[in-house]
Design a protein around this ligand. Structure first.
Ligand code: AMP
Ligand code: GLY
Length: 440
């Protein structure tokens, strides 16, 4: 079977790596991929957001399954276009992807399905939003309704901050049309966890759980980023918790989406906050998380291609999805200066510098380029987040030691990484329910 993966990050490299282990794979392409995917698949010079380009490539290459990594092509209707041509894909349709592309839609689905979420109000007009704020002086969270690359969330401690956030969305239009509608939510606190399920429209798999780190610096300081590290599973994750969240969060949403005539296929991702009043859903995403995918895909047992095809064909109940008992820690290596301005084009050394410990590590590329012309095998930096280095262990501590051991053997000019990913203090810090986190 020939597979086309859409996306260019470390999540997509992890998808290519895991799908490449399927015995049925005969060819693998990535649009547009990176220096890492180019080593195990064929990169296509097509942007993940170029729906026409991706559909054209899937047709001409006679692809058997298109696997979509990021949310933007899903919200642009890539899966609808592929469905119309009879090309199988893994990911939700445009209507089902609204679970991520409209926060107001997601909250309405949660309310209808009885899924625990923060109290919220939706506003289509600035005047009404400001009137509401003048009557509610408590801390609130203000969110642009649409896709804003993770930047559309304001945690507002004071009424002045809240007013400014509403104006930024609706008056200054800093997120364009994505801020035409805003959601004002109750400000919750507690540790966060991401949960993931494979879905076929009617059924869903058992869940996997992971935690990510959004802030740039150790101790959850500094600006927000696309994610600086991740680990799976969290120490508090038990079979009982899995079952409870499957029954109270994921199944009701799958049922509701099916009843609305927009069945959900692909990965359903819920971002939860574990509050004193129990788990509440902050957001749904219509895809795997990044950098969570880099620690969740290694946990997946069985044939990923078979599972994804079963999701497409509505027969997931016949294909058991199992998660390994291992632990994985992922450390992101970034370009110095990220998430602000940074330079690229620096050679990355140590990628193949493997000792016996390396057997328990993996390197997933994001902002890298592999140049064939000047020196085969030479890899240079080309983006903000450059690599996710993943370690496996029988315990989280062992996985963490191995990941950092490998990180220290890799270098490029200005390389930056957090040193506290999955460290006991950082996990306990999360569990201390410090809500002083910004959007992500
Ligand atoms: P979202 O994109 O909706 O998940 O929000 C991004 C981040 O903002 C979350 O990971 C939380 O850290 C924070 N956040 C979102 N909603 C809330 C809320 N209602 N209360 C407190 N923090 C929140
Ligand atoms: N790790 C958060 C996200 O992928 O949205």
């Amino acid at each position: 079977m020939k597979v086309l993966i859409v996306g260019s990050g470390a999540r997509e490299h992890a998808l290519a790596w895991r799908l490449g282990q399927s015995p049925s794979i005969t060819g693998m392409w990535v649009a547009n991929g990176n220096g890492g995917t180019g080593r195990i698949a064929t990169n296509l010079d097509i942007s993940p957001e170029d729906v026409d380009g991706v559909v054209g490539a899937a047709q001409s290459l006679q692809i058997d399954l298109v696997v979509v990594g990021p949310e933007v092509p899903l919200s642009l209707g890539l899966v609808n276009r592929l469905d119309a041509l009879g090309i199988p894909s893994f990911g939700p349709t445009r209507a089902a992807a609204q679970i991520e592309s409209s926060k107001a839609f997601a909250l309405e689905v949660m309310q209808a399905a009885g899924v625990p979420c923060p109290d919220f109000n939706v506003f289509h007009e600035q005047g009404a939003a400001l009137d509401f704020l003048s009557l509610h002086r408590d801390p609130v969270v203000i969110k642009a309704d649409g896709l804003a690359a993770g930047k559309g969330v304001y945690l507002c401690r004071t009424p002045e901050e809240a007013t400014a956030a509403v104006r930024a969305c609706m008056d200054q239009r800093v997120f364009g049309d994505a801020g035409n509608t805003v959601v004002i939510q109750e400000y919750l606190s507690g540790p966060e966890v991401s949960i993931f399920a494979f879905c076929d429209g009617e059924h869903l798999s058992t869940l996997a759980a992971a935690c990510d780190y959004k802030r740039l610096k150790d101790g959850n300081e500094g600006p927000n980023t696309g994610g600086m590290g991740s680990f799976a599973p969290p120490g508090f994750w038990t079979a009982g918790m899995e079952e409870r969240l499957r029954i109270t969060v994921m199944e009701p949403v799958i049922r509701e989406m099916s009843e609305r005539g927009t069945p959900y296929r692909g990965i359903l991702y819920a971002g939860l906050m574990l509050t004193e009043a129990g788990p509440k859903v902050l957001e749904f995403n219509c895809r795997l998380g990044d950098p969570e995918a880099q620690v969740v895909l290694p946990l997946l047992a069985g044939d990923p291609l078979e599972i994804m095809l079963a999701c497409h064909e509505g027969r997931l109940s016949k294909v058991p999805v199992r998660w390994r008992a291992d632990n994985y820690v992922g450390v992101v290596m970034a370009s110095g200066g990220y998430p602000a301005a940074y330079e690229t084009g620096f050679e990355i050394v140590g990628l193949d510098d493997a000792d016996e410990e390396a057997q328990n590590t993996m390197i997933f590329h994001a902002g890298t380029r592999s140049s064939i012309q000047d020196r085969p095998g030479r890899v240079t930096t080309s983006g903000g987040r450059v690599l996710t280095v993943v370690g496996r262990g029988d315990s989280l501590a062992e996985a963490r030691d191995r990941a950092y051991h490998r990180v220290r053997r890799i270098d490029f000019r200005g390389a930056y990484y957090r040193t506290d990913i999955a460290a006991m203090e950082s996990i306990e810090g999360e569990l201390a329910a410090n809500p002083a986190k910004a959007s992500g």
